[in-house]
Write a protein that binds this ligand. Structure first.
Ligand code: GLP
Length: 255
């Protein structure tokens, strides 16, 4: 596990975008695993800049998002489909039909989850998966207590997560959906490379538990310690509770 501590959010975002761009350049048909939340917005901005200024080409890229709220239609401003269109897809040359987000409006949600797993498999698996982290240690919507080998399924959101996300729903927790479809921890671990991003002091506890704590379902993000190709990138505030000292550049660039 490579842990990189950048000076601030902007540096963190630029570095994450570079790692994704590297995969896109090397493999024009790469499968990207994408995330929502405030944390990856800067990374998406930088990828859009690279597309516009440097011609980074997404024309054959395929994407799968981690999760989606149950019950929000794609045109709801807080749905993850809307978020991805707004923050990335509408600004790059990706084909919309190559972008996949679980359908939280599906009549048969269980069948939707199975179909999603199948589509990832048929696309050849995920080359690089971007992840954020919840203040309670969740990844995607795998809340504490999630099976470490879980697959795409419906999860009930914890009170903490609904409170944290209420800021996007007029600060009214009752407006935050209670359920989500999420890739499982087992699904996420199958990606060939993982990038976990964290920014801000309110993530410092979760990051300390994920990076330096024991592997436990109580902190689903700690499972990244099992993965053989993972980069954790954070800003100084998110790193403030780590005991170890970590560099600002990966080993291969320091040699
Ligand atoms: C949300 C998402 C996660 C995200 C996390 C943190 O609930 N489902 O994928 O990583 O919470 O969000 P933020 O980056 O806004 O702090």
């Amino acid at each position: 596990m490579e842990v990189i501590v950048k000076e601030n959010y902007e540096e963190m975002s630029k570095f994450a975008a570079q790692l994704i761009a590297e995969v896109v350049r090397k493999k024009p048909r790469a499968v990207l695993g994408l995330a929502t939340g405030s944390t990856p917005i800067g990374t998406y901005k930088e990828l859009i800049r690279m597309h516009k200024e440097e011609g980074l080409d997404f024309s054959q890229i395929v994407t799968f998002n981690l999760d989606e709220y149950v019950g929000l239609p794609p045109d709801h401003p807080q749905s993850y489909r809307y978020f991805m269109n707004e923050h990335l897809f509408n600004h790059i040359n990706i084909r919309m039909e190559n972008t996949h987000i679980p359908n939280g409006m599906a009549k048969d949600l269980k069948a939707e989850c199975e179909k999603y797993e199948q589509m990832i498999k048929e696309a050849g698996g995920i080359d690089i998966q971007l992840l954020g982290i919840g203040a309670n240690g969740h990844i995607a919507f795998n809340e504490p207590g999630s099976s470490l080998s879980s697959r795409t399924r419906i999860k009930t959101l914890t009170e903490k997560t609904r409170q944290d996300n209420a800021r996007f729903f007029d600060n009214e927790i009752n407006k935050v959906p209670k359920y989500a479809i999420t890739m499982g921890i087992g699904t996420i671990l199958e990606a060939r490379k993982l990038i976990l991003l964290a920014s801000g002091e309110n993530k410092a506890d979760a990051i300390a538990r994920a990076v330096e704590g024991p592997i436990t379902a109580q902190c689903p993000a700690s499972v990244i310690q099992f993965h053989r190709n993972v980069v954790v990138i954070m800003d100084k505030a998110a790193a403030s509770k780590l005991k170890g000292n970590y560099p600002d550049t990966p080993a291969e660039l320091r040699l």
